[in-house]
Design a protein around this ligand. Sequence first.
Ligand code: HEM
Ligand SMILES: Nc1nc2c(c(=O)[nH]1)N[C@H]1C(S)=C(S)[C@@H](COP(=O)(O)O)O[C@H]1N2
Ligand SMILES: [Mo]
Length: 452
Amino acid sequence: MVRDAGTSVTGRARAAVAWLQAPPDTLRRGPFRPGAFGSALRSTRLTSQLGVALGIAFAICFLTGVTSHLIQHPPGWFWWPSRPVSLYRVTQGLHVATGLAMIPLLGAKLWSVYPRLFSWPPVPGPARAIELLGIVALVGGGLFQVVSGVLNINRWYAPMPFFFTAAHYWVAWLTIGGLLAHIGVQLPVVREALRRTPPETPAPAPAKSANDGLVADRPDAGGSDAGGSDAGGPDAGGPDAGGPDAGGPDGPVATRRRLLGAVGAAAGVITVATVGQTVAPLSGISLLAPRRPDTGPQGLPVNKSAAGARVRRAALDPGYRLRISGPRPVALSLADLAALPQHTATLPITCVEGWSASATWSGVRLRDLAKMAGVDPEHAVAEVESLEAAGRYRTSSVAAPHLRDPLTLIALRLDGSDLHLDHGYPARLIAPNRPGVMQTKWLSRITLRSMS
Ligand code: HEM
Ligand SMILES: Nc1nc2c(c(=O)[nH]1)N[C@H]1C(S)=C(S)[C@@H](COP(=O)(O)O)O[C@H]1N2
Ligand SMILES: [Mo]
């Protein structure tokens, strides 16, 4: 039998759509019930406002995070200065503070749109399918970044059977890709929702429900996920201008503002309760901060102790020598180092985890050691090595701007006394504007390389 294939396909497609548009009544329960999501607070305007705030927070996290990555793994084109001494303290402090403040924002944003998951048909077409893929990357990635970040700063590694930094780095790209695609699709909707309309525009009648589960025929904003009640929502008649019923103390505008206020307040409380890990005057009220910048030997936190790094014996060995490799190699005892010209610098330790603390360090300038080894400190780089036999942070590179900076020290003393064993005794690197992981402790060798 020969059939008209064209007709048959069209017919089948029409049948499929009809089925999609008319889900069986038995399914229309729970979140699929019409009117299941009754909160009149959900609106495109609310979602847009939260979305803009969240977009800014993601952008700050992404840019500061990528900066941190580039400093630690610099490609040829990348250049990071040694001044201002606290620039990295600001960028990484901002990274972690913004990431934490974003938790209530993310929660509110997801709350404002999740009824969309129950709309019908779930995937109306290929364009929406692609958009949904982007949203999966954005939501999944965003949640992963926040959760893994919080676990990391609290040093709770057990739930992360992967290397945090690598996962957090690559998921950041995935998340930002999803975010850009999402912004591309939703920007017109957001602009429309945030546009101020003239006060005289009357508000349309409030929609009866923010989201009718399984609504198939809602003439909504082109498959957007930007909000339950789209342009016809309760407060669509003009942001704050409002119609007759928008301005009252319980009107939609007032309640939306209260919700935004609560989200902002939650973000504020989280910030105040954690930022003291890097803003010293607030350390006393930083109940949620994983670190206090003033607790630890010599008033400074320790991430890896000498015992943990298994360097106690080598560090306390009277035969200790710091080996300087270069055209004129030298090996210096602690007494030799102490006999060289000593300099003092007040510089922060800025852990990648977001805590930081300032301290006053004294010791030998790295540039003086470079000269001693026969290298021009204006055009040289160095590799420093720890007594630590293994461990991710046993070596670090010193780029040219830091090597030539007179503030970069091989420190022997901290706040007027010998370095505590846990802070890197007998000698550690301390350089301006660098992540803590690159401030190598318990130095054993410095290899100098001329760049010309
Ligand atoms: C609560 C939220 C967050 C916290 C607590 C957090 C924490 C951290 C920490 C501790 C690091 C340092 C990792 C290291 O060098 O060992 C880091 C790096 C980074 N973060 Fe986050 N983060 C958060 C959210 C985000 C978000 C939302 C993004 C981007 C969308 C992001 C992107 C990055 C990137 C790209 C790096 C650099 C990774 C590397 O050095 O390879 N983070 N973050
Ligand atoms: N050899 C070695 N140096 C190291 C580390 C390490 O694990 N091994 N940890 C680094 C990290 S993560 C930080 S934040 C600083 C902390 O220095 P502090 O313990 O003196 O505060 O040391 C850095 N130097
Ligand atoms: Mo660190």
